[in-house]
Design a protein around this ligand. Structure first.
Ligand code: NAP
Ligand code: GCO
Length: 263
């Protein structure tokens, strides 16, 4: 259906050499978009370009740290010169540090907030002027279960993702009048490098306790895959969501709705 098409659109997905961002960018390319991604060093960008090529996708890759405003502004200017103005921004780049809060250094807390919350602010701010001029734009922030729930050891991440939920709503509020929709995707527990430590087999070959916990907490009784996020991401980037604004779409297999299987 034409309203789900991204033909002719230019999409920037941050931190998309692999993982969730890579899957979303591939889905955007298959929906017709020109795909751009960034990562923090040339080696990762080169690896990303090769990975997209293996999917028959000619992606544009840029080295850029989303926390560095000068780098972000230079990258957006270069993209506008070399590719075109950005129609769709996915703020995907993010890290997590799993440390008990009472043991976490302030610098570690700040680093997570910087990448996971300041980064989306900086990149969104850089693309908004062109979207405002065109009276059209899509900004999609990759939030988290931790935009709604806390758990041990992820205080900085939860604070950042909770803030990202409200940044999403504020961008929606402040720029909806320019026909710019800003929404979030809240993935559940997705099998990527970021969650690999939570799925590592135990020495005796048994499943990681956290792996078993997530399976019991998810009605779908499985971890999500990056591909599970592609349809929702295409929907939020397309004309089909033209009147959806400030919404966090949880793609979690039902975790947020479920008390969990009785042990
Ligand atoms: P990932 O596999 O760790 O990939 C994160 C990507 O972001 C990497 O390419 C990373 O590059 C890049 N990145 C990190 N810091 C950056 C910076 N300062 N500037 C530019 N790029 C940077 O993570 P993922 O699992 O795909 O997650 C992607 C997003 O989804 C994150 O925002 C994460 O919080 C969110 N999320 C993940 C899950 C999940 O279960 N996996 C669930 C909910 C939400 P490097 O390789 O150089 O670090
Ligand atoms: C964790 C996980 C989660 C997921 C995701 C859930 O340690 O609890 O890494 O934070 O990454 O954000 O939505």
């Amino acid at each position: 259906m034409a309203q789900f098409s991204l033909e002719g659109k230019v999409a920037l997905v941050t931190g998309a050499s692999y993982g969730i961002g890579f899957a979303i960018a591939c889905g955007y390319a298959k929906a017709g978009a020109t795909v751009i991604f960034n990562d923090i060093n040339q080696d990762l960008v080169d690896k990303g370009i090769a990975a997209y090529k293996a999917e028959n996708i000619r992606a544009h890759g840029y080295v850029c740290d989303v926390t560095n405003e000068d780098q972000v502004n230079a990258m957006v200017a270069q993209i506008e010169k070399e590719v075109g103005t950005i129609d769709i921004l996915v703020n995907n780049a993010g890290i997590i540090k799993r440390i008990p809060m009472h043991e976490m250094k302030a610098a570690e807390f700040r680093q997570v907030i910087d990448i996971d919350l300041n980064g989306p602010f900086i990149v969104s701010k850089a693309v908004l002027p062109s979207m405002m001029k065109k009276n059209s734009g899509k900004i999609i922030n990759i939030c988290s279960m931790m935009s709604e729930l806390g758990r041990e050891t992820v205080s900085a991440y939860a604070a950042a993702k909770g803030g990202l939920k409200m940044l999403t709503r504020n961008i929606a509020s402040e720029y909806g009048g320019y026909n710019i929709q800003c929404n979030g995707i809240g993935p559940g527990y997705i099998a990527t490098p970021q969650t690999a430590p939570l799925r590592e087999k135990q020495a005796d070959g048994s499943a990681h306790p956290f792996d078993q916990f997530i399976i019991a907490k998810t009605p779908a009784a499985r971890w999500g895959t990056p591909e599970d996020l592609v349809g929702p991401a295409v929907f939020l980037a397309s004309e089909a969501s033209g009147f959806v604004n400030g919404h966090i779409l949880y793609v979690d297999g039902g975790i947020l709705a479920y008390i969990g299987k009785q042990p």
